[in-house]
Design a protein around this ligand. Structure first.
Ligand code: XMP
Length: 313
């Protein structure tokens, strides 16, 4: 069914106003389009009764917290950046197993979120949960970190009366339409998917500040080089193995391996690999080896989904 964007916006704004009344609400932004739309809807409904914040968890891409702050400032919303990177790195320390890393990320995320919500004194929290999040959870496809019932969290302990999910009936194209209609820039409404655990999902093995910095630098190059590719998603991953290289005097040295992934997809359920040109692949290799300290080998991942996933954990 075709989405009537203006009546959706009007309906949600009225509903939010009625529910929140003169109380306070909070919204955690991720930088993604879903939470961005929610924040703009709530801001339109209740203005200054809303507090927005962004968790600087240490595994964001280069400049991401500042970009989120300046994007929202342009639509009149103040975003507080809360630096919790040390807590995230402490929670991830020593963990190598992919599922253990995801679970550690999720647990620390909700510990920190709960604390911030409680301190804010908010009565309502708004989340950007959308229809596929629930569908995939119910269908057992994957566990979504924003489906709170699944995690078994009792948000009344955070002082909340209610968690509200105004986008629960929408799919991604509908969310993008609403984002555009509400004046968010294209960098938000057409934003490439970026997973919740951020760059920690793109470091194989232990997640340390140094290893994240390596993948952050490689990610910046991959995003710069492939921004006009039209691909669904592109990313860099730091592998755990060591590459052997040669020094200028013919000796041996050892270094890091970066995998580059670039895929075509409609819905992320299946994906094919983008047939990048040889010149582009060579440029990626040259730039990553030259600009990311310690990298001695760059590989391009040729595996579609299935059998592989898009991310590496
Ligand atoms: P996979 O790796 O399962 O990813 O093929 C499919 C799509 O989902 C994104 N992804 C996530 N998004 N939280 C998110 O919000 C997550 O934990 C998460 N894990 C994967 C991934 O980037 C891809 O677009």
């Amino acid at each position: 069914m075709e989405l009537d964007v203006e009546s959706f916006i009007g309906g949600k704004v009225a509903e939010i106003k009625k529910t929140v009344g003169n109380k306070r609400a909070i919204c955690a932004l991720s930088g993604g389009v879903d939470s961005a739309v929610v924040a703009v809807l709530v801001d339109r409904a209740i203005g200054d009764q809303l507090s927005c914040f962004f968790l600087q968890d240490g595994v964001m891409r280069q400049g991401e917290p500042e970009q989120v702050k300046s994007t929202f400032a342009k639509v009149g919303i103040d975003v507080e950046i809360v630096d919790v990177a040390d807590e995230f790195f402490a929670a991830l320390k020593g963990k190598e197993d992919p599922e253990e890393k995801r679970k550690a990320f999720r647990d620390i995320f909700y510990t920190v979120l709960g604390r911030i919500v409680k301190e804010s004194g908010a009565n309502f929290m708004f989340q950007g949960t959308i229809a596929p999040d629930i569908k995939e959870t119910v269908g057992g496809v994957k566990s979504q970190h924003n489906v709170l019932e699944q995690i078994g969290l009792d948000t009344s302990a955070w002082g909340l009366e209610k968690v509200m999910e105004p986008l629960i009936d929408l799919y991604k194209p509908g969310v993008r339409q609403v984002a555009k209609a509400m004046g968010l820039p294209e960098s938000v409404y057409n934003r490439m998917p970026f997973c919740g655990p951020g760059l920690s999902a793109r470091v194989i093995g232990e997640v340390t500040p140094e290893r994240v910095e390596t993948v952050r630098k490689a990610t910046k190059i991959v995003e710069e080089e492939l921004k006009d590719s039209g691909a669904f998603q592109y990313l860099a991953v730091l592998l755990k193995d060591q590459a052997t290289g040669i020094t200028e005097d013919g000796g041996r040295k050892f270094g890091k391996i970066i995998a580059v992934r670039c895929v075509e997809s409609k819905d992320a359920v299946t994906a094919g690999v983008t047939k990048l040109g040889w010149d582009k692949l060579e440029r990626l290799q040259q730039r990553i080896c030259a600009e990311v300290p310690g990298v001695l080998k760059v590989v391009y991942d040729l595996t579609p989904k299935p059998p592989s996933t898009i991310e590496y954990i």
